[in-house]
Design a protein around this ligand. Structure first.
Ligand SMILES: Cc1cc2nc3c(=O)[nH]c(=O)nc-3n(C[C@H](O)[C@H](O)[C@H](O)COP(=O)(O)OP(=O)(O)OC[C@H]3O[C@@H](n4cnc5c(N)ncnc54)[C@H](O)[C@@H]3O)c2cc1C
Length: 468
């Protein structure tokens, strides 16, 4: 049943909203309507979209109708899946398409490929691919939306061995600003296929994707937790170690100020902890244990490394599965040294003004290699990805932003000037979008934007503006 409250629609005539509700199968909701808050809710709760109208799409036809309705009324369109990425650019007004009802996976064990619908979380793809001995290039948190993650690049647990998730896309079903549903492949429309994989939501709403899966069933992985008092030694050892490991080893290091709550294991409560996360994949997993020996020699207070089925890969990072309010920033980094460690720890140690998680992810390997079919994912030459995030439940935004800015300034000598689109979730996200791309990539995206979305209908996002 379509639910809406025409009396409360702020910007649209009730009769028009009613007519739209008759043309789509999913709910149509307007501000003040019973379901309005539930339809725009996501993992990130700091700044929700506040559209004039929400279409809870149940399939590609609903997405087409919603986009046509928006363009007929000159309204911008935003799209939300599982809502992990809301930033300072949440939509005010316009039409929001909620894809969470469009959840579905079809695995083809013969071809090693899967078709994944727009609102599907990675956890579902992982579990449906596993019986065929296959796995996708999913990321740290199983509840992430597979499609948005992939269109933003998709830095997976095994990316050093296999590249970005975007490099494994075979085809995309997308509704473009003209209301057409297109099946886009490298052959059918090379420009649009290139732009969507990295340019994400700037060129349309992807209703489903065809991806290549990997012959991975298990990995050697988990985490080592160290006392924050030893942070300098652990960070320096990890950095040196990352310059020696094979592509089969992906890892990251994080400095976390844990809250003092009973839900955490006792040794972590209320403490500064260094958490090193490992994901090793190879035909013979026994090679993993000797590889991690230099870190293990530093005496972790907790060590969870083990052979895991890929279906349990979400335990490696143990990211919080429940929604929260986060403010963060990100930076691509070149080679690191002891000076970089000092700059990070001077600002992120126990005396930091706000609680935070600071993280470095090791890049390189296949991430740095050009993919078989080129795409718009930026900054493949970076050595590390830096992330900082703080929970707004634990500090005020007016304290968090300056603290993050000070840290970014301190590490500036080691940054490349680039950012990773998928990790750009801070208040500043709307102003730094260009930094996700090299200049030539950005110029091509801008040119293609003026072909596929000249009115900038898809602008409530990390926006690439059409060329003037
Ligand atoms: C705890 C946590 C861990 C993370 N770990 C990783 C990681 O390991 N690797 C990694 O690469 N990223 C990671 N991310 C970032 C994550 O991949 C992105 O936030 C991703 O966009 C989330 O997808 P979503 O469906 O939840 O996004 P949403 O917030 O619903 O959407 C994100 C963006 O994608 C666009 N979008 C959504 N659906 C579509 C669609 N159907 N067509 C076109 N555009 C669309 C939206 O416009 C929006 O701007 C992490 C984020 C969090 C919060």
């Amino acid at each position: 049943m379509n639910r809406f409250d025409p009396q409360r629609s702020t910007a649209l005539a009730p009769s028009e909203v009613e007519a739209l509700a008759g043309r789509v199968s999913g709910p149509v909701v307007t501000p003040g309507g019973e379901q309005y808050d539930a339809e725009r809710a996501g993992y990130q709760i700091v700044r929700s979209h506040r559209p004039d109208l929400i279409v809870g799409a149940v399939g590609a036809a609903d997405v087409r109708t919603a986009v046509e309705f928006a363009t007929d009324h000159g309204l911008p369109v935003a799209v939300q899946g599982t809502g992990h990425a809301l930033s300072g650019i949440a939509a005010e007004g316009g039409v929001l398409v909620n894809t969470t009802r469009m959840s579905g996976v079809r695995v083809n064990p013969e071809t090693g490929e899967a078709w994944v619908a727009a609102g599907t979380p990675w956890s579902r793809v992982v579990h449906e691919a596993a019986p065929a001995g296959l796995a996708p290039l999913s990321g740290s948190l199983p509840s992430l939306g597979a499609v948005a993650y992939t269109l933003g690049g998709g830095l997976g647990l095994l990316s050093r061995r296999y590249g970005y998730a975007a490099d494994h896309v075979r085809g995309l079903d997308v509704v473009t600003a003209d209301g057409r549903l297109r099946n886009v492949t490298a052959n059918s429309d090379p420009d649009l296929f290139w732009a969507l994989r990295g340019g994400r939501d700037n060129f349309g709403i992807v209703t489903g994707m065809e991806i290549g899966l990997l012959p991975v069933t298990a990995l050697y992985g988990g985490g080592m937790f160290f006392d924050g008092a030893n942070a300098i030694g652990v960070f320096e050892t990890w950095i040196q170690w990352t310059t020696t490991v094979p592509d089969e080893m992906s890892s990251s290091i994080a400095l976390i100020s844990f809250p003092d709550v009973p839900a955490l294991p006792e040794p972590l409560r209320g403490r500064h902890i260094v958490h090193v996360r490992f994901a090793y994949t190879a035909d013979d997993l026994s090679g993993g244990e000797p590889l991690v020996a230099p870190l293990r020699a530093l005496d972790p207070i907790i060590d969870t490394l083990n052979e895991l089925p890929y279906t349990q890969a979400g335990t490696i990072y143990n990211d919080p599965p429940v929604p929260g309010a986060f403010e963060g920033d990100t930076a691509m980094m070149g080679p690191l040294d002891a000076g970089a460690v000092r700059a990070i720890l001077d600002h992120a140690g126990p005396h930091a003004p706000v609680p935070h998680i600071v993280e470095l992810r090791h890049l390189g390997g296949r991430i740095a290699a050009p993919p078989p079919v080129g795409n718009a994912v930026g900054h493949r030459d970076a050595s590390y990805l830096f992330n900082i995030s703080s929970r707004l439940e634990r500090a005020d935004i007016d304290e968090i932003r300056p603290a993050h800015d000070r840290l970014l300034k301190a590490i500036a000598p080691w940054t490349t000037g680039g950012r990773a689109l998928n990790f750009m979730n801070g208040e500043n996200a709307g102003t730094v979008v260009d930094t996700a791309y090299e200049a030539t990539t950005l110029r091509r995206l801008t040119r293609l934007k003026s072909i596929y979305d000249p009115q900038n209908t898809f602008r409530h996002n990390h926006n690439i503006r059409p060329a003037e």
